[in-house]
Write a protein that binds this ligand. Sequence first.
Ligand code: IVH
Length: 668
Amino acid sequence: MEVKERIGQLRSELDRHNYNYYVLNAPEISDQEFDRMMRELQDLEAAHPEYDDPDSPTKRVGSDLNQEFVQVPHRYPMLSLANTYNKQEVADFYERVRGGLEGEPFEICCEMKYDGLSISLTYEQGRLVRAVTRGDGVQGDDVTENVKTIRCIPLRLRQGTGYPGVFEIRGEILMPWTSFEALNREREEREEPLFANPRNAASGTLKSKNSSVVASRKLDAYLYYLLGDEVPFDGHYENLQAARGWGFKISEGMRKVTTLQEIYDFIDYWDVERKNLPVATDGIVLKVNSQRQQRALGYTAKSPRWAIAYKFQAERARTRLDAVTFQVGRTGAVTPVANMEPVQLAGTVVRRATLHNADVMAQLDLHVGDMVYVEKGGEIIPKIVGVDKDARGPQTGPKVEFITHCPECGAPLVRYEGEAAWYCPNDTACPPQIKGRIEHFISRKAMDIDSLGPETVDEYYRRGLIRDVADLYDIRVEQINGDDGGREKSAQKIVRSIADSIRVPFERVVFALGIRFVGEIAAKALARHFKTMDALAHATLDEMLRINGIGTVIAESVIRYFQDEANCGLVRRLREKGVRMELTEEEMSGHSDKLAGQSIVVSGVFSLHSRDEYKALIERHGGKNVGSISSKTSFVLAGANMGPAKLEKATKLGIPILSEEDFLKRIE
Ligand code: IVH
């Protein structure tokens, strides 16, 4: 077979298997087979750049190059839907439709209201040519490169399925709950602000200028509206069923009904069942099915008269606000926290809710003693959504004001440009900041001094034994063995584990310093690139920006850290204590025997390194790459699309499955 033909064949086969996996959730082949085909295609494309195709399934990994988004007008404006919050309003809508259609029979299509961000996709001759965000409804951002990395969105439609030459399809881009939770866990470790809900996370991701970031975040998409001059049917429902056949992911939960009771039944069913869905939903959408009837009903300035959204009630409770306290973190950021009379909400007792920052707090206009509403909607952390102002009376206390001085050390608070938080700038003497930095330094992923905990740190700090992390190495047994010397054993253990920590690898020392925004992964990347603390301390912005995963925020923070003489002094003292300030010979050559004697299967698509890099890493650490899972396999290094067949085999044989992160940790 001609190379060109084989490339075409592989592309269409891989497209079909992607569809089976990501859209239908029903793979037909093992991932091994999938991987083999993908590799063959990658090799052929590398050898034959003349057959390059931007829609090739090998291109779904995105690019590191910064892109600028261009504003594009929508062919049909992207309107929003009128919202309703109770069944009476749904009944009113139903009656308005009946009246508007002058007694003609009509069908209503009931569907989920997905809580993500809306996207408009344009296809021409079966190819995705443009993906545009809603923007202001009239024009939006062209995010085509980012959208192309979302595996369930077809780049090319399935041949011979009868799609129109040109059409637009709209839908919702979502971040599944599991990806959202994993992303927030990572951000927490890096002390980056958390995403409040999957919608914000999906939207932040889709607007990333770096499409490889989008590829790594595992977004999903459901399509719910087909537009164009040549759509096949008059019925909206029928059009979407057809679109499913062309390759789009269309909700299986859509129903066509005629009576109000059937609409209520649909609402009641999904109000409960939606909790089992992998993505966030916030209501139901009701649409008049016939496009002819839709045209007859028309539009208001903002929304169609033929459709309406019914929003689910978020789980909400009412309770009393006792006080607002202010917490100072290790970075000095001050967070207001509402302390409330305990109340039952969505299965847990809620006592505290974050108020995020001064702006959020001011907007709520809280008074001590107010009755407040607490919600746990799409959010994980409960939040105060409003105040029952009618319940205010003479017993209500004063308005809660944001503090002007640090509650811990009294320093006047400052606000940095572009940041919502107020900070205590007294980082050298403010106790929670100092203790927070020490706690971070000793934590498991940093210096791993596990004989110490927050209480001991607090005690040593109060006794004046430690004022910074370098002081830890001066602690002597007789200072901490108790008044009567009775804690000798545990004191020895503590001193020993502090002394042992000087063997912790350099990259963890970089993380342990607690440089703002430098999480575990960034620390690793910086350590591996610069190899010594001196080189890192003198790194320029440009040098750092060239490293994969290091952006301006991190790079500027590193520069700021080493510009501060106090920090340089601290690093100098740590060096004197013997803490590692560079990679070891072994780490520099990247060789070890950490995987000696192990047989490892690499499967799936990866985001941190390429498959070949992983294979090379395995060899460099003494492991052996093997092709298929057997009882002799030590573990599977699994990327994004390890399919059920392989998973089942590994599970049946009891073989551990490691994620990229787990694997990198193992060989770190
Ligand atoms: S149809 C003219 N269907 O809700 C009708 N929208 O407030 C256009 N949404 O911007 C929208 N699920 O982002 C439609 N099944 C669904 C939906 C849905 C979620 C979102 C969409 C839209 C907003 C409307």
